[in-house]
Design a protein around this ligand. Sequence first.
Ligand SMILES: [Fe+2]
Length: 153
Amino acid sequence: MYNQEEDIAARIEEDHKQLRACMEALVAELEGEIAPEKFLQWKLDFLLRLRDFQNQLQKHFDLEEEGGYMQDVMHLAPQYAFRLENLQEDHRKIIADLNHIIATIKGFDHPSPTQVARIRQRIHELLELFKKHEAAENALIQDIYMQDYGRGD
Ligand SMILES: [Fe+2]
């Protein structure tokens, strides 16, 4: 493994850990009840946090797609192109799901425990999708960097 590849793999792994923690915090945040008089402030705060999270996630996907391992897959292991396409598809789906969650929250005009529980469930599902995605990604990274493509070490 080259140093640069180790750096990228380590950076991606670190990002994944942070992003997971962030989603877990968002899910936990939706466990309590929201007092009606605090609803508007809660809604704005939560929306802004989701936006920040989405931006963080998009930057992470950009790193993977533009600077990270995806370029290497195309060069070193084009036979894995379909695995790469699935992963890129996950990226688009995760961002689209978040957009949809944000739009749904924007539509809330009063604190409804049922609606909040649904959002919590959806963020939880997003976390599960992200974990599955991450496992597939790690497997692909292992497959390309741990194999000898004749570049020596
Ligand atoms: Fe990814």
